[in-house]
Ligand binder design. Sequence first.
Ligand SMILES: Nc1ncnc2c1ncn2[C@@H]1O[C@H](COP(=O)(O)OP(=O)(O)OP(=O)(O)O)[C@@H](O)[C@H]1O
Length: 286
Amino acid sequence: MSELNRGLIEARDIGVVFGSGSAKVQAVRNVDLTVQPGEFVSLIGPSGCGKSSLLNIAAGFVRPTSGALTVDGVPVTGPGSDRGVVFQQYSLFPWLSVRKNVEFGLRMAGVAKSQRESSARTLLGLAGLLAFENHYPDQLSGGMKQRIGIVRALATSPQVLLMDEPFGALDTQTRTVMQEILTNMWQRFRISVLFITHDIDESVFLSDRIYVMTSRPGRIKAEITVPLPRPRTAAMTQTPAFVDLVNRLKTLIREESLSAMGSELQSGGVSGFGIDVGPEGVGKLI
Ligand SMILES: Nc1ncnc2c1ncn2[C@@H]1O[C@H](COP(=O)(O)OP(=O)(O)OP(=O)(O)O)[C@@H](O)[C@H]1O
C-alpha cells in the first residue's frame, strides 16, 4: 500500500458496554464508520453519546465489546505509533522542554538523537514554534501548548490523527487560528483525521464528512458530506451553504439532546414530558 493510500479507518458494528449488573452502561451500539485515507471526518453528537469511547477504540485505549475497528485492514488491539492522539487536556510532560516533548515518541521508537532533533525542529518550525524549543510547557499559552500537542502527535509520522475536543479549552480567537493551523498541517501531511467536537461550526469548517450520533446508546444518526470547496476560508463561514449546514446539524443534535433529556426525566418518574424520539434508522444526507 503506498503512503497516500494509508490511514483507512473502518469501524464495523461496534458496540461498547461499560460495567456490569445494575451499573451496566450501553455506551455505543451498532456503529459503522469509515475514514478514507487522507480524509478529515468529524464525529458530533449529544454529551455522553459515546464519541470519546469510539475515538479511544481507534486509539487502542478501549476494546469494543462487539464488532471491530481496523486501520489499513489491521485490527486495533492497543496504542501504536501509526496513530497520533491529541486530547483536550494538553498532556505535555511539564519536566521536558518543548523540543524534548516533541522528540518523545521518536526517542521511544529508537530514533537517533541528531535525527530526532532535526525532525522536531522541522515540525516546530512549521507550527511557528521554533523560537520556543527550549521553553517548558508552563511558560506557554494554551494555544501554544495545543500546537505542541499536535506537532508531538505528528512527529512519528502516523497515518491517522485522532483528536478529542482538542480546542475545547481555548478561547474563540485562539480556536479559529488553531483550526487554520490544523488545516494547513493536515493538507501538508495528507493524514486521515478523526475529530471530535461539540462546536458545530468547527466541524463544518474543518471536515470533509461529518457523522452525527444519537443520544446514548450512540448510533450513527446521519452522515453528511460537507459541500464546501478547499481551501476553506474564514469568508466561507458567512455563506448560505455553511450557515444552512450548521443549522441542519444543530437541529439534528437538538433532537437527540431532547430525547436524552426526555428519557432521563421519564426514568426519574416525571410524566407528561411529551417528546418525539423520532425514527430509529440512520438518515443519510448529502
Ligand atoms: N470507563 C467507563 N466506565 C463506565 N462508564 C463509562 C466509561 N467511559 C464512558 N462511560 C460512559 O459511557 C457513555 C459514553 O461516554 P463517552 O465519554 O464516550 O461519551 P461522549 O459522547 O464522548 O461524551 P462527552 O461529549 O460528554 O464528552 C457515558 O454515559 C459515560 O458515562
